[in-house]
Design a protein around this ligand. Structure first.
Ligand code: GAR
Length: 201
């Protein structure tokens, strides 16, 4: 399965995908796309010899239309949003129906939506006094964090002292959950049954 990974920053989930032993013979990451001209995730991509592209309408960036053509040319089958913070253009969503997933650092449908990313999510979870948090991988649709949930993992946060501790525990879970879900897609074990998405083991 040929994959494009969309990123906006650090790239630890990209790294988790690249280093997950079970994925080595199953997937090939052929493009890393960002809204940023440069970011830490691009450095990781370059170390692995993966092409990087910056998408946007501003000068020096590649337009959404051209990115869609590039992904087509690279024969991309599947798109993973790993810390990508912008909305995905409708054109891309239509071209990759049920083939774009996002990882979110909380248990959706709580603590999602516009502006809910990274540390903002963990602060909101901390301030709510919730006792569990976790990670969610969901299908991407035209709005933030509303697509159907594919998989979730929880973590106990009843004893945390600050949002940073939540972030640390959740990130560990993300690095397991995202590769497991991508593996399930690559092995064709993700089924959409009426209203629900299930992973067959
Ligand atoms: C991850 O925690 C990811 O879940 C989050 O951004 C971080 C990116 O880290 N995504 C969102 O908040 C999306 N709403 P990474 O660049 O190290 O993978």
């Amino acid at each position: 399965m040929k994959i494009a990974v969309f990123v906006s920053g650090r790239g630890s989930n990209l790294s988790a995908l690249l280093n997950y032993p079970d994925l080595i013979n199953l997937i090939e990451i052929v493009a890393v796309v960002s809204d940023k001209i440069d970011c830490k995730a691009f450095e990781i991509a370059r170390e692995f010899g993966i092409n990087t592209f910056t998408m946007g309408e501003e000068n020096g960036k590649i337009s959404q239309n051209d990115i869609t053509s590039i992904l087509k040319k690279l024969e991309v089958d599947f798109v993973v949003l790993a810390g990508y913070l912008k909305l995905i253009p409708n054109e891309l969503i239509e071209k990759f129906e049920n083939k774009i997933v996002n990882i979110h650092p909380a248990l959706l449908p709580s603590f999602g939506g516009k502006g809910m990313y990274g540390s903002y999510v963990h602060r909101a979870v901390f301030n709510s006094s919730a006792k569990v948090s976790g990670a969610t991988v969901h299908m991407v649709d035209k709005t933030y964090d509303t697509g159907k949930i594919i998989a979730q993992k929880c973590v106990d946060i009843s004893d945390v002292k600050n949002p940073e501790e939540i972030a640390e525990r959740v990130l560990k879970i993300e690095h397991q959950l995202l590769p497991e879900v991508v593996k399930a897609f690559a092995e064709n074990r993700v089924k959409i049954e009426s209203e629900r998405i299930i992973i067959i083991n």
